[in-house]
Design a protein around this ligand. Structure first.
Ligand SMILES: Cc1cc2nc3c(=O)[nH]c(=O)nc-3n(C[C@H](O)[C@H](O)[C@H](O)COP(=O)(O)OP(=O)(O)OC[C@H]3O[C@@H](n4cnc5c(N)ncnc54)[C@H](O)[C@@H]3O)c2cc1C
Length: 488
């Protein structure tokens, strides 16, 4: 919308009251775009407000590499986790990928692995496979607790219950590959129950999951293309404001008023806030009135896990021919998981390899300079390949999700103290302000498909409210209480 010139410089906030805009969608990631599509299908007017200069949110790609060897790499989401088995429901992200002819390749974290430690290549693949089997036992043990209504525990306690106590560096690195590399946090920090069902609801067809297949996007248009192409089918230019950052959100039972960082005020009957859990935790956006205690408790009882990929390009490939490599350091989680893009079927000849770090280690390195991180990474690579004269990389890229005020981390995971009441409260609306995002998904938190389903669900509820149909959001639970009191 054009900025009214008359009030410029007067000091008074500009009020852009978009005529007929009934719903403001705050954030243009998967949740926001699918919410917008749901409203568009019902003929409801809306406006998407997004701080960045493109849609996609945490589906974010970059062009990386030396000038004559540029490649598209995925800084954020890269996999479609679970596709479809015949006769079973499909992952909606997989359906979008098919619809928009996204180029993907099957990714095999179960078989295409090589193992290393500080002395170079050492074969402890049997331990990696043991860790995979242990995780299956872990999910079964967690599943058995649900019908009994047994309390949640840390994933570490869950592992102990199945007798799994990794001790050697190789065992610890193997556990990391299976656990932290997915959950983005350590077993000490994560929920036993939710880690298990998060896996089952996506991968286990018997539990309503999609399939065990993972696809990796290698599309040069970027993984984000699938959501941008979907948006292009229905989104009119007047229905989206890019490079528009929300500073405050005011809410009541009769409407929502959003103040942008330039002072402009947007008003609407309803709003759907899709900002990440990390943004909500970090007070990057202010709420008026301040969020009630039950909302604050829910927001801070979940974890926004940092998951960071560090990309390197070399003139020549000198590393493994598998897709993955696990590196066991004396410090758990120190540059442990390596992925090669320079393999057949992926991006052969690209010279690109990347390493992923998670959790507290990821936070630690975000505070360091690129040069310091590169030096640590190179130390590890040289330890993994002692007989190779490993050169300095020709390109290096290290995105900092945790310090980015638009994300403040990579994706949500459940802490053991995050109870069912909290997930209801995280998604519960405040007056006409609704909340949706991957984090509000009980079954699929953390995933793109979780974001998809939450955007669709929140917008469907808002449609019902607008149309005057029965629209009863689950009311918040003002006090999440213990079933059994402490006896102090
Ligand atoms: C490194 C990484 C790897 C991942 N890997 C995978 C994977 O392989 N597979 C998978 O399924 N999932 C993966 N995920 C998770 C997945 O990306 C998310 O679950 C999903 O993209 C979340 O979508 P969303 O719309 O809920 O949130 P977001 O994508 O965060 O969308 C929210 C939008 O709000 C905008 N915004 C924030 N603050 C403001 C503001 N103040 N004003 C205006 N706009 C604002 C943001 O720019 C963003 O576009 C990964 C995430 C990361 C970061």
């Amino acid at each position: 919308l054009p900025r009214p010139a008359s009030t410029a410089g007067s000091g008074a906030p500009l009020v852009r009251k978009a005529p007929n805009t009934q719903v403001l969608i705050l954030g243009g990631g998967v949740t926001g775009i699918i919410a917008a599509r749901t409203l568009a299908a019902q003929g409801i007017d809306f406006l998407v407000v997004e701080a960045r200069d493109e849609l996609g949110g945490r589906m974010r790609s970059a062009t990386f590499g030396a000038p004559n060897r540029r490649q598209t790499v995925e800084l954020g989401a890269n996999w479609i986790h679970g596709t479809q088995e015949e006769g079973h429901p499909a992952n909606p992200i997989y359906e979008l990928a098919l619809k928009h002819t996204l180029k993907t390749v099957e990714s095999d974290a179960h078989a295409s692995i090589k193992t290393y430690d500080a002395n170079g290549a050492v074969d402890y693949l049997d331990l990696v496979h043991n860790a995979m089997d242990a995780y299956t036992q872990f999910t079964i043990a967690a599943g058995a607790r649900l019908p009994e209504n047994l309390v949640d525990l840390t994933a570490r306690a869950g592992y102990a219950l199945i007798g799994q106590k990794p001790k050697t560096l190789h065992e610890i690195a193997s556990e990391y590959f299976v656990f932290d590399f997915t959950d983005g946090q350590s077993p000490e920090q994560s929920s036993f129950l939710a880690s298990a069902w998060g896996c089952n609801f996506t991968y286990n067809v018997d539990q309503g999951g999609f399939s065990e297949e993972d696809l990796l996007s290698i599309d040069e248009r970027g993984f984000k293309y699938l959501i941008q192409a979907e948006a292009a089918e229905f989104l009119k230019p007047s229905q989206v404001h890019l490079q528009t950052t929300v500073a405050t959100i005011g809410y009541s039972d009769s409407g929502v008023s959003v103040t942008l960082t330039d002072g402009t005020v947007l008003t609407a009957e309803y709003a759907i806030c899709t900002f990440s859990l990390g943004v909500l935790q970090n007070d990057d956006v202010q709420f008026h009135p301040p969020l009630p205690e039950w909302k604050v408790e829910a927001i801070h009882s979940m974890i926004m896990a940092p998951y960071t990929k560090i990309f390197l390009q070399f003139p020549q490939k000198f590393w493994f021919d598998t897709e993955f490599a696990v590196y066991a350091d004396s410090e758990r989680g120190r540059y442990p998981i390596w992925q090669s893009l320079d393999i057949d079927g992926f991006l052969p000849g690209s010279g690109v390899i990347f390493v992923t770090v998670t959790g507290d280690f990821s936070k630690r390195i975000e505070a360091m300079t690129d040069a310091q991180v590169q030096s640590e990474v190179m130390q590890v690579l040289r330890a993994m390949f002692p007989s190779v004269a490993v050169p300095e990389p020709t390109a290096f890229l290290f995105p900092r999700w945790f310090s980015d005020p638009l994300y403040r981390g990579s994706y949500s995971t459940w802490a053991p103290s995050f109870v069912p009441q909290h997930v209801i409260n995280l998604g519960a609306p405040l007056g006409n302000l609704w909340f949706a995002g991957e984090a509000t998904s009980e079954k699929y938190f953390g995933y793109l498909h979780g974001a998809y389903f939450e955007g669709e669900a929140a917008a469907s509820q808002v449609v019902r409210c607008i149309k005057g149909q029965q629209c009863n959001p689950q009311p918040p639970i003002l006090y999440a209480r213990n079933a059994f009191p402490y006896n102090l």
